[in-house]
Design a protein around this ligand. Structure first.
Ligand SMILES: Nc1nc2c(ncn2[C@@H]2O[C@H](COP(=O)(O)OP(=O)(O)OP(=O)(O)O)[C@@H](O)[C@H]2O)c(=O)[nH]1
Length: 346
């Protein structure tokens, strides 16, 4: 018996974790035992902290699964299989990962282990893609293209944030890039289970190899690590599954992680998030506010802000993670430190 593997891909904040939670819930309702591998380019896995503790989970942090953590991915898959014997495994890639590399890694591991890649699901932020398509440039746009091209199932999520005309346009853009994968239009990733459990038609070996070959010459759009200090500036040629391919660094992707020493005022914090520079395209965190009774999970994705009351499943410090492109992390740090000082003084 083989264990089905699902890869969840999609740009930062597109809705991967939202889909993951639904998938896990639906399997667990049926008495199945799913396991998860989560990848974050930052050093904290806030999404993992929100998952049910009963779900077996492996974390690959501080690096992109598609290259730097690729060997670890194989190891984690093997360990999960040995230790948990799950009914299925979901790999949630970081938002900046190129899924073709993960697909490569999984198919390689499946040669020696009873694993079967069931679907490569790419979740698309419809509003974000529509905007980037108008501009027709940028690394994010190219990465989204790669993520869409390699999918065997596409979820056009956040359809509530676009007009019917825009939605139609995005559908035809996506069709132009990937003619094989079924496309599901969704709000909060409300995808039917039968849709992702059915093996993706475009995961045939023919489709895989042609996409990989194309990727060879195009090179990885965004691949490397970055951390809360400085971005990495290197360019290397790596051997992946027997094919050579250029790795550009994530030099334009930066992560800043701020650990709070004390509760801060919620309204002042919200003001800072509302004024984040355009270069910051994703932020999330868990905070204790001085003026509210419960803790909050905050989310910021493509200029949309969301605060939800939360009770983390594991002990977690008050922390906020900011991910973006060449942004001034010192400015954000100073603003948050000032907020903390004001909280102490008041
Ligand atoms: N308006 C709207 N918001 C959504 C929808 N789906 C998800 N969101 C919100 O978008 C934010 C990001 O969702 P996540 O599921 O965390 O996205 P992600 O792709 O896992 O994010 P990363 O792991 O950081 O890459 C959250 O605040 C969600 O509640 C949707 O269909 N419409």
């Amino acid at each position: 018996m083989t264990t089905p593997v699902y890869i969840l891909s999609g740009f930062l904040g597109s809705g991967k974790t939202t889909l993951l939670q639904q998938m896990l819930q639906s399997w667990r309702d049926e008495g199945k035992t799913p396991a998860v591998i989560m990848n974050e380019i930052g050093d904290v896995n806030l999404d993992g902290m929100m998952l049910d503790q009963d779900v077996a989970m492996a974390e690959l942090l501080s690096g992109c699964i598609c290259c730097s953590n690729r060997v670890d991915l194989g190891l984690e898959l093997y360990n999960l299989m040995q230790n948990e014997q799950p009914d299925m495994i979901v790999i949630e890639a970081s938002g900046v990962a190129n899924p073709i590399e993960i697909l490569d890694a999984v198919t390689e591991i499946a040669l020696y282990n009873p694993l079967e890649l069931r679907n490569l699901i790419t979740v698309v932020d419809t509003a974000h893609l529509w905007q980037l398509y108008k501009e027709q440039q940028g690394k994010t746009y190219r990465l989204m293209q790669e993520q869409i091209r390699s999918a065997s199932l596409l979820v056009l999520n956040k359809s509530d944030l676009v007009s019917p005309e825009q939605l139609e346009q995005v559908q035809s853009i996506v069709r132009g890039w990937n003619a094989y994968a079924p496309v599901h239009i969704a709000v909060r990733c409300n995808v039917d289970r039968s849709q992702y459990e059915q093996e993706g038609a475009s995961l045939s070996s023919e489709q895989n190899s042609s996409t990989t070959a194309e990727h060879d010459v195009q090179s990885c759009a965004i691949c490397s690590t970055s951390d809360s200090a400085e971005p990495v500036h290197d360019e290397t040629i790596a051997e992946h599954a027997g094919h050579r391919h250029m790795h550009h660094s994530h030099e334009h992707v930066m992560v800043y992680t701020h650990y709070f020493q004390q509760p801060v005022n919620s309204e002042e914090f919200e003001k800072i998030i509302a004024k984040l520079p355009a270069e910051v395209y994703r932020a999330k965190g868990i905070l204790t506010f001085s003026d509210t009774s419960s803790r909050f999970l905050f989310q910021y994705a493509y200029r949309q802000m969301d605060f939800m009351k939360t009770i983390p499943q594991k002990p977690v410090p008050d922390v906020a993670v900011f991910i973006g492109e060449y942004f001034d992390k010192r400015q954000i740090q100073e603003q948050l430190l000032t907020l903390e000082r004001q909280a102490t003084e008041s």
